[in-house]
Design a protein around this ligand. Structure first.
Ligand SMILES: Nc1nc2c(ncn2[C@@H]2O[C@H](COP(=O)(O)OP(=O)(O)OP(=O)(O)O)[C@@H](O)[C@H]2O)c(=O)[nH]1
Ligand SMILES: [Mg+2]
Length: 468
């Protein structure tokens, strides 16, 4: 994908009524085009990074009183000439000004085209450009921080250093190919092995960070499930601190799923209250139970709630067994401890459950005793929900992978690196070794955009909004 010479125009602020709208022009002729419909100081004679008051005119007709911000190439987001017109945000005015710019030689920008130009002109690398989209989409403190960290190049610098070290070795091995007859080794195999080990470790850590990165960026699907009447809806309400779901003593109250977002320490958890799991008594309930099972398998976290006063240990064990799914962390929440303790319905019950938790080797963070109704230990439960999703502490400057495309490239890098290691141990010839190293370099390069294809760029930038 090459950069064309067109000057592009788009509305950079949201559509709709507002106080001010910003229309962005970028390209070689941006200043000339703006100037041609401008009544005010000659924009082509003004310094970069200045703002000017003036009128946008269509012949004799004044369209609006505006401010023009001037960015002269290469000191702009796209590294091209950029004029940003701040006008009054009426749909009519916006449309008229954009039409006027198009009449004067600009064309409508495609989605993400400003950022694409910033990338093509070397202002941002690919992972930074993607971080721009993430930053716009960020909806929590943590997701904003991770996107900002990536935008500042945290990710790129780390990968760049790795790549450079590998490039060095690749060229030493290439050199060996030139001297193939003489059977020399320029690239010290032990050093190469150490380097590959080191890189594999870092790549592995980045791959692992995806779980957390993804949780931060996209939130964590968290299903609340259990038998009818266990207190799931009461718990949802207690966690949200609002009467969101209907609660009643009739088993089978919740029939459809209810979803609400709960932010715990900057991470969004999508809480999903579900229909109680049992042999359904009618068709609608049966659909509800099916939906519950589907939601569980699509989730990262299962908050399994049970009535500590009612359940038997056998029922508890069989529930755990049937709900356990690979890739889904299950929290075991013993509810209604107010009853068991106060009314002494089953004085030994809590002890028995506690023993069972301990002897079954469940880690501490996975079990808890609460009263949803009396709001006892709800904060502790929130903490456990948080720590089961965020196993490692968020240090703030840690590089996190949040993007599936990056994850895939890292996984392919890892595979190639493992082949390189196997190759060194199996003493394969330099040309095969060189091929595997080149592959690893290729996949690393895909992340920052050293290696790109038109399809890849099209795919990334078409997901941006127009005007960005
Ligand atoms: N004593 C006591 N009662 C509770 C507690 N939590 C829930 N309940 C009661 O248990 C009954 C069922 O609560 P719900 O929250 O509707 O239970 P559910 O699991 O959503 O039930 P279904 O939607 O029918 O599957 C209600 O009468 C609640 O008031 C608790 O911690 N202590
Ligand atoms: Mg319910």
């Amino acid at each position: 994908m090459t950069n064309d010479q067109d000057t592009i125009v788009a509305l950079a602020t949201p559509n709709g009524i507002g106080a001010i709208a910003v229309i962005r022009l970028s390209g070689l002729d941006a200043i000339a085009i703006a100037n041609s419909v401008w009544r005010g100081k000659d924009l082509s004679k003004q310094a970069s990074h200045t703002i000017h008051f003036g009128h946008i005119v269509d012949g004799d007709l004044v369209l609006d009183e505006v401010l023009a911000s001037l960015f002269v190439a290469p000191r702009s987001y796209t590294r091209e000439n950029v004029v940003e017109i701040s006008c009054h945000a009426s749909g009519y005015i916006i449309e008229s000004i954009i039409k006027l710019f198009i009449k004067k030689g600009a064309r409508s920008a495609k989605p993400g085209e400003f950022t694409l130009r910033a990338f093509l002109n070397g202002q941002l690398d690919l992972s930074q450009a993607e971080a721009v989209a993430d930053l716009i989409a960020s909806n929590s403190k943590a997701s904003q921080q991770v996107a900002l960290q990536q935008l500042r190049g945290g990710f790129s610098t780390q990968l760049q250093t790795l790549r450079e070290q590998l490039v060095n070795f690749a060229s030493l091995i290439e050199l060996e190919l030139d001297f193939a007859e003489e059977d020399v080794e320029f690239a010290n195999r032990d050093q190469l092995k150490n380097l590959i080990h080191e890189i594999t470790k870092i790549v592995g850590r980045l791959i692992q960070s995806f779980e957390l990165g993804n949780a931060i960026k996209n939130g964590v699907n968290t299903v609340i499930a259990g038998r009818p009447n266990a207190g799931k809806s009461t718990l949802l309400n207690a966690l949200l601190n609002e009467e969101r779901a209907i609660v009643s003593h009739i088993p089978g109250t919740t029939r459809d799923t209810i979803e609400e977002v709960l932010n715990i320490q900057g991470i969004n958890f999508r809480l999903i209250d579900t229909a109680g799991i049992r042999e359904a008594t009618d068709a609608i309930e049966q659909i509800g139970v099916q939906r519950t099972m589907e939601k569980i398998s699509q989730s990262a976290l299962l908050v399994y709630v049970f009535d500590a006063a009612e359940i038997t240990l056998e029922e508890l064990k069989s529930d755990i067994e049937s709900l356990e799914k690979p890739g889904v962390t299950m929290l075991l929440v013993a509810n209604k401890i107010d009853i068991t303790e106060l009314a002494s319905i089953a004085p030994d019950k809590l002890e028995a459950i506690r023993d069972f938790f301990q002897t079954s080797g469940l880690p501490d963070f996975r079990t808890i005793f609460i009263s949803a109704k009396q709001k006892q230990h709800i904060d502790e439960l929130k903490q456990k929900i948080y720590s089961s999703a965020i196993k490692d502490q968020l240090s703030g400057d840690e590089t996190l992978v949040t993007n599936i495309r990056h994850l895939e490239a890292l996984q392919k890098t890892e595979e190639a690196l493992i082949r390189v290691l196997g190759g060194i141990d199996g003493s394969i010839t330099s040309d095969f070794l060189s091929m595997d190293i080149k592959q690893a370099l290729h996949y690393l390069g895909e992340i920052t955009g050293v290696v790109t294809t038109d399809d890849l760029l099209e795919n990334i930038f078409s997901k941006f909004c127009i005007g960005k």
